[in-house]
Design a protein around this ligand. Structure first.
Ligand code: ZN
Length: 206
């Protein structure tokens, strides 16, 4: 792509670093922004830099939060005996949208993936095991996507829990294998949480 302006080229380059944005789309977005009134682009850059500088992660569940402890963890009406283990905050949002779940979450921040160089130490696993050791959690619900990385992560955590007093379950596979949670419709996802199965059974099914 030949650019008539270095400024334009730089902006397109930065935009194209976003996932799913190719050079052409980047150019379209940059030209669109250029046509907007100045305050539009200022609001956008301001919101992004404020997010990056001020964002907090909940000390308990690692969800993105404006406060030290997120609204879900701080809500006394939620069942703290129940902890749903998810990959990232998009899954929290998807499950919250179902209105079928009243427990807490634990956001791992990814999945174990040797291919991408992500090991257990890169994820929020130690804090999860500690939470179980403290004895507050009665049931852990694995709600990772049913990809190989998701299954590996579930199994790794399951092994870490050996000897600890906690029930483990996995969401029912209403969600087809390989599907990401966030793409499941609310009814299916809600049902698969309510119809969860003991984790051991979910392994045999695979
Ligand atoms: Zn929280």
């Amino acid at each position: 792509m030949e650019f008539s302006s270095k400024l334009l080229e730089n902006a397109v380059y930065e935009m194209s670093q976003l996932p799913g944005i190719g050079k052409r789309t980047a150019l379209r977005l940059v030209l669109h922004l250029l046509k907007q009134p100045e305050e539009r682009t200022e609001h956008l850059t301001h919101a992004l830099s404020k997010l990056k500088n001020e964002v907090n992660f909940c000390k308990s569940c690692h969800n993105i939060s404006d406060t030290e402890i997120c609204e879900i963890c701080a809500n006394p009406k939620r069942d703290e005996n129940l902890v749903c283990v998810v990959e990232d905050i998009r899954d929290v949002m998807a499950i919250e949208n179902t209105s079928q779940y009243n427990g807490l979450y634990h956001v791992l921040g990814g999945k174990i993936s040797p291919m991408e160089g992500v090991g257990p130490q890169d994820l929020n696993i130690v804090s999860l095991i500690n939470k179980v050791k403290e004895g507050k959690v009665k049931e852990l619900i694995f709600a990772l996507s049913s990809t190989m990385e998701g299954d590996t992560t579930n199994f790794y955590i399951y092994r870490q829990l050996e000897g600890l007093e906690v029930t483990t379950s996995a969401i029912a596979r209403g969600i087809s294998v390989g599907d990401e949670l966030e793409y499941a419709d609310e009814v299916t996802l809600g049902r698969s949480i309510l119809n969860r199965v003991p984790f051991e059974n979910s392994m045999k099914a695979n």
